[in-house]
Design a binder for this molecule. Sequence first.
Ligand code: GLN
Length: 431
Amino acid sequence: MRSPILDYLDAIVEQTGHVDSGATADYIPELAAADPNRVAVALCTVNGTVYASGDADQEFSIQSMSKPFAYALAIEDHGLEYVLDRVGVEPSGEAFNELSLDPETGRPRNPMINAGAIATHALIRSEEAPAVERLLGLFSDLAQRPIGIDESLAASELATGDRNLGLAYLLHASGRLARDPSAAVEGYIRQCSATVTVRDLALMASTLANGGVQPNTGVRLFSRETTRHLLSVMASCGMYDAAGDWFTSVGIPAKSGVAGGIMGVLPGQVGVAVFSPRLDAHGNSARGVVMMEKLSKDLGLHLMETGRPARSSLRGTRKETVEGEPTTVYVLQGDMVLSSIESLVHELVENPPSTELVVFDMSRVDEVLPVARTTSAAMATKLIDAGHRIILIDPEETVPEFQDSRGRAVERWTSERLEQGLLKEPAGPIG
Ligand code: GLN
């Protein structure tokens, strides 16, 4: 059975096919030559399963999406105070490569614009290993696979990197650069040339959503405090001079890159990533922004949306005999949001029920967000098509008139009918 979450991601790619505005970055020759029609989307909840659609294995350069991780590494190296003394956290309201420093403090305004990112790169400790090597090690730990550098891309950007060099000299002149300007820019550009896929980015983002712990390996890569601080900076500064517009419409702390990637983090729930090389006037992927807007709306991901997500919507599973028939009972719980419904769907896809009769007991469910409703409707369709009979126990009417995605009504029983139907013989728990 294919997960309805994958079907949904396919639909996101299809439904945004008409967005062809913008152009590939032209100030880096290798990026200008990228295939503009590539498109991919991925998401990974804090449970660690990656779902991806489109050109999901296409590698592209991480570019500015490396900045959050470099910033976190510098903070882990020196402590927050030390880094704050050198790089601010105020949105600049300016383009990512603006030649400006805060006139009062002389600091770069934040670590997401190039001035701040070059200064940040230069802060990363390099006594034991070069900063770029340490960053690649970090990216690899985050993505659970070896991440390398596209050297020809790095050379291409270095050859046209006057603007970043200018920024570095400006920083150096104001005493704000810990290293030699050209070495700092070279390191920073190589950091930006690490190649990733949307799958990698979704996993990297899900580590941030998971408070700094890589969800699959269980390794803590950033402290809780660093992660919280980083996500706050991404929320206010990650999308440059489009940050306010982005935060109100999408509402996900995010970072974009000029190769066309956008990575977003919904704390406690999910990491998302999109890729499409044509950029808008702010240097953010044009189709990527539209895909993210859709994801946020459809999946209920806006940070300011209230909700109390349970880690899983599935409290437990029982085998019973109901009215003489062997039955699998799924006991659901809490607020059903993307991350909690994902783990239920994952269980149903990986371990489909072995009985024809399947009961979903929703007595302990508080609220069902639209994403959980559509996802469970899609899941119901798959179960019915596979020959199952579904019964819903929903005493609070959390989903009145539940239908599957083809409009077929799903049988509803009261808890009493389930109780009466149960054969009163011991039935062991199976999960
Ligand atoms: N390497 C790029 C630069 O410094 C990164 C910019 C970006 O992705 N916004 O210009």
